[in-house]
Structures are given as C-alpha cells and as structure tokens.
Design a protein around this ligand. Structure first.
Ligand code: C2E
Ligand code: CA
Ligand code: CA
Length: 595
C-alpha cells in the first residue's frame, strides 16, 4: 500500500516535469519545422527566380498568379503586366482548336502536357517553346493550380535547320531535302521529247494526325509515306519539301498527257492504300499540283514554283484533287494575291450572305435560317467558304470577317422582323478562332442590342472542337452566352469526337447531325444506328436535333418517323441570296394566312 502511495506521489511530482518537457520538445520541433520550412521556401523561391526555365503559375480559372524572372526575359512582359491575365496573352495564333483540345485532354486526364508550342513575345516576335505543364492537386485530389515550365528553343531549332540544310537530307525520312533535289534536277537537260513531270504531293488533313495522336505518330506516318513513295517511284527523284509535302520528279518517255496522268495515278494508287499506325489502319487523301518541265530555258526552281501554284489551286477545289499548272494560275491563284484578295473583299463589296432554311420536320415550316457566307472574286468567281474560311483563320482575318457576318445577319433579321416575315431564329456559324477571342461574347451581346434582336432569336453554330476544349474560359463564355438566352448548337456533329458524354454539363440546346450520316439513309444500317442512338441520347439531354444535308424525300420521311426535330438540306431548299429569301419568307407568310 505504502509502496503504491510512494509511487503515486512520485508520479504526481514527475507529471508536470514530463508535461513541461513534452511541451518544450513540441515547441522545439515546431520551431525546427518552421525553420526548415522557411529555409525550403527560401530555397524554392531562389530556384524559381534563377532557373533558366520560364515558369508560369495559374489558378484553376486560368488566371496567372506568378511568373519568374526568366518568363520576363523570354516574353518581354513584366510580372505586373501578366499577373491577373490569361496566358492567352502570349498566343501566336498558330495552333488550332484541335491542338488545344489535346493539350487540355492530356492535362485533365494525365495531369501533364509536354510538347512544342509557338507563342508571341510582347514585341510581336513569334518564338518556339518546349513546354511542360502540370496540374497541382490538394489532399482531396482537387486541382488547385497549373504550373507551366518552358524554355525558348527557337535558336536551337534554327541551328537544327541549318544543320539539316548542310547535310542535304531530311533527318526524319532520310529523303533529300528541297535544295538537294533542285541541285540534282538542275543537272538534267529536259526537252520537249523528254520532259520531266515535277509534282508536289500534299497529305490532306495531316495536321489532324499530329493533333489527335501526337507528333511521334505523325513522324512515323511521314516515314511510312516516304518509304512507299521510294518503293513506287524507282525512275524519278523524291524529296521532302516541307512538313507534309513531298516533291516527286519523274522523266517522261512519250511526253504525252496520258503518260503524265498515268504517272500520277500510279503514285496515288500506291499511297492511297491504308497505312498501319499504332495498330490501326489509316487512309489519306492527297492533293497534287503538277507541271511539265520541258526546257532548260526554264530554271528548275521556276518549275517547282509552278507546281506549288498548281497545288494551291488544286487544294482550293477541295481534298484529293490533281491540278496541272497553266499560266493563268500565276495571276489568279497566286497564294499571296489570293490572301490579299480576301483582305480586300470586305472593302470591295465582294462578300454576301446567303440563307438556307432549317424546317420543322413535322410541318415543313421554316424554323430558322442559317447564314452562309459567299465570296465572289472578280477573276476567280465564286470561292467556296470551305476554302477561304480556313485561309482567313490562318491569317488573322477570321475575327473581322465573323464580326461582319454577325452584324449583317442581325441587321437583315431585324429588317425581316420589322416586315413581319422573320422566322423564329437566325443561325450564325462561329469559327473556333472567333470564339477564342476575348471580345467574342461582348461583341455578340452588343450586336444584339444594336439591332434590337432578342437573344433567344439567335443561334450560334459552333463546331465540336470548341465544346471539347473544356478549359475554364471556354466554359465561362458558353455559360455567359447561354445566360443571355442565346441558343448554342453543335455543328457537324459526328465528324470530330463523336461523344455525347462531354455535352452533358454544357449549355447546348441543339445538335446538328453531319451530312455524312444522312447520305446513306434510310438504307445504310450503320447510319441508321448512329442517327437513332443520337436522337435517343439527345432526347435524354433535352437537346433538339437537326439533320443536315437532307437531299431526298426518303431521307426526310425516315428522319421524321424517328422523331428528328428539324431538317436542313437541298430537299427543302438550297442556300439563296437575301432577295430570294425575302420572297420565300413572304410566300410562306401568305400561305399561312390563306390556309
Ligand atoms: P456548314 O456550317 O456545315 O454549312 C452547311 C453546308 O452544307 C453549306 O455549305 C451548305 O450549302 C451545304 N449544304 C446544305 N444542304 C446540303 C445538301 O442537302 N447537300 C449538300 N451536298 N450540301 C448541303 P457552304 O455554304 O459551302 O459552307 C461550307 C462551310 O463553310 C459551312 O459548313 C461552314 O462551316 C463554313 N461557313 C460558311 N459560312 C460561314 C460563316 O459565315 N462563318 C463561319 N465561321 N463559317 C462559315
Ligand atoms: Ca453550320
Ligand atoms: Ca454543318
């Protein structure tokens, strides 16, 4: 008992001592941890500021919260100028929506994106970066920040190019480069009896391979194409001209047009067969520009230039075409003159809006008019929008062009409303490049106000790429447009990413099913399956469906029977000019009154 009391009193005396010791130890550990944390932070801050790589830290809304010294040295922007801004500030305009889609896909799914990206410095110079962007997550696995680390590799790339020039061969494919083939050809002595056919071969939509599957796959494919070309063109010379363009020069024996055509068709046959890439088969279309080089009076560089003009003209007619050089191409299809022509088109009154009806499947009544841009060049005539819109997108002309279209369309729609003949909606196409602009939403809202058109009367048609790119600024823009009551439609659905999953949380009202799935209806089983499942899914998502490119009554009847909401296509009406559209609307109104 005594022993126990002694123990207890000893414990009572020792307890405060132990507690005090524990407290002191705790304090010491805390101070030690704080000291080491402060030291770590100081070290990190030193590294952040003195690393040779540029660093940008953004929050989840894509707003820059910090940059380091190298960032300022490379871009020319001070920290104060960029903090609070979006990294879009640096955009060069060189990359398309597909590129940014794969960037965000990788970042959101894998937490990291790495690759080359073209950006623009404050002084306007475009430069090449090697960029690694990573997500930073908290303990709950939620993204809190994005950290981008980059180095300027422009000079490195220039050196590589110089080296490549010096070695004469393209490093990727091992084929001669342009300088080398020109030198080789300049030793030849073509004449009228024995001319050479010089042609350029361009892989259509090759950019999609790079943006969808990555540069490694693109490189592998280019290599395979080069090998195929070498295999099927044993008589001539082959070179890689630029990224996805090859030069093929073959001596002709008979100098006839048939022989030229046969040569090209042999080439097409051999490279049109599918390529196996990453275990899947891919087929490609090729655009060809060709010229006949039949005299040493013409320098071989000139022959190559002729083939380039022919290639440009062939691409203007769509994919998979062949075009031979003729003298008129020098004046008409010169790419620079063409671009200049587009620049001047607005001022010269060469642009006009056409309108195509979207009708209610059940009644055939006009539900909306889709606005389609037309360009009539004084010499070239009608240039298809599929050709000049991408050109405008690549050359910084899409924003002014899109702005003009929206203004004109709303002005015209307001005038139809005034005359009491306007249909419920007007649908305007929006290029992803226009959509990327920070002024886009403001411009749309201002234009509606200016022409006093109610927002719900306007439908904006956006392609799938815009929706897939679910970065914070895209989502914000879509939400703002929708909050204003503007309708949003997904155009050409099915040609891009074919998944409705990503649409679930987006404010989209309408889906336009691409013509490719309508053409085979009602016979084609696969098309039927796609159309029926899309209609069922859209019903669940409370989205209406427009079938595009309906050309006959069988297609229209089938779509109606399946519950498709709206129909558009030549069967109900081709795109027509403003005058004819006014007449169509007036007639429809009169019909409605008389019945
Ligand atoms: P889109 O938005 O898919 O427009 C529909 C295209 O399909 C139009 O070609 C139209 O003439 C054509 N089409 C309509 N019904 C049928 C049919 O039954 N059969 C066939 N074979 N074709 C039909 P268009 O006018 O040549 O325009 C081509 C593309 O150019 C448009 O495709 C759109 O992506 C773009 N585009 C036209 N105008 C504008 C514009 O103002 N802004 C923007 N960003 N893009 C525009
Ligand atoms: Ca459209
Ligand atoms: Ca379409």
């Amino acid at each position: 008992m005594n022993n126990n009391i002694q123990l207890l009193s000893a414990a009572l005396i020792a307890l405060p001592l132990v507690l005090a010791l524990g407290f002191m130890l705790g304090q010491w550990f805390k101070a030690y941890r704080e000291r080491t944390q402060t030291t770590t932070l100081m070290l990190l801050s030193e590294v952040f500021d003195h690393t040779h790589d540029g660093v940008t830290i953004t929050d989840t809304t894509g707003t820059i919260i910090a940059v380091n010294r190298t960032f300022t040295q490379v871009t020319g922007y001070s920290e104060d100028e960029v903090v609070g801004n979006n990294p879009r500030l640096l955009s060069s305009g060189y990359h398309d929506a597909d590129f940014y889609k794969s960037y965000w896909d990788a970042l959101m799914n894998e937490g990291i994106w790495q690759g080359e990206i073209w950006n623009r410095r404050k002084d306007g110079e475009v430069y090449l970066e090697w960029l690694t962007c990573k997500t930073v997550k908290n303990n709950n696995n939620e993204i809190t920040h994005f950290v981008a680390v980059f180095s300027d590799i422009t000079e490195h790339r220039r050196q590589e190019k110089r080296l490549e020039q010096a070695t004469e061969n393209d490093r990727l494919t091992g084929l001669p480069n342009t300088a080398s083939i020109l030198r080789e050809l300049s030793k030849k002595t073509p004449n009228v009896q024995h001319p050479w056919c010089v042609l350029l071969l361009d892989i259509d939509k090759f950019r999609l391979v790079n943006s969808s599957y990555g540069f490694a796959v693109g490189d592998q494919l280019l290599n395979n194409i080069a090998k195929r070309l070498q295999g099927c063109c044993t008589q001539g010379l082959i070179a890689r001209h630029s990224a996805d363009v090859f030069i093929v020069a073959t001596p002709l024996i008979n100098a006839t047009e048939e022989e030229q055509l046969a040569t090209i068709s042999r080439l097409r046959d051999c490279i049109s067969k599918p390529f196996s890439v990453l275990g899947r088969l891919m087929e490609f279309n090729f655009s060809v520009g060709a010229t006949l080089w039949n005299t040493t009076d013409v320098a071989v560089n000139t022959a190559l230039q002729e083939a380039e003009l022919a290639l440009h003209a062939s691409k203007s007619r769509g994919a998979g075409q062949t075009r031979f050089y003729s003298d008129d191409l020098r004046t008409d299809q010169n790419p620079l003159a063409y671009l200049q022509g587009l620049r001047e088109a607005l001022g010269n009154n060469e642009l006009a809006l056409f309108y195509q009806p979207l009708v209610l499947a059940t009644t055939g009544k006009i539900h909306a008019l889709e606005v389609l841009l037309r360009w009539t060049h004084p010499v070239m005539g009608n240039v298809p929008p599929d050709h000049f819109i991408p050109l405008a997108e690549r050359n910084g002309l899409m924003e002014p062009l899109g702005h003009w279209v929206l203004q004109q369309a709303l002005k015209q729609y307001a005038s139809w409303q005034k005359s009491g003949i306007a249909p419920p909606h007007i649908a305007v196409n929006v290029s992803p490049i226009e959509f990327q602009s920070e002024h886009f939403v403001g411009n749309v809202v201002a234009a509606l106000k200016k022409y006093q058109v109610k927002p719900h009367c306007l439908e904006l048609e956006l392609t799938e790429g815009v929706f897939v790119q679910q970065d914070p600024s895209t989502l914000e823009k879509l939400a703002t447009l929708s909050k204003h009551g503007i309708n949003l439609a997904i155009d050409d659905f099915g040609t891009g990413y074919s998944s409705l999953a990503y649409l679930k949380h987006l404010p989209v009202n309408q889906l336009k099913l691409d013509r490719a799935f309508i053409q085979g209806l009602p016979e084609n089983e696969a098309d039927r399956a796609i159309v029926e499942s899309t209609l069922a899914l859209c019903k669940g998502l409370k989205m209406s469906v427009v079938a595009e490119g309906v050309e006959n009554i069988e297609q229209a009847n089938y779509l109606r029977s399946q519950g498709c909401d709206y129909i558009q296509g030549f069967f109900y009406g081709r795109p027509i000019n403003q005058e004819l559209t006014s007449k169509l609307l007036t007639d429809q109104k009169n019909d409605a009154i008389s019945t």
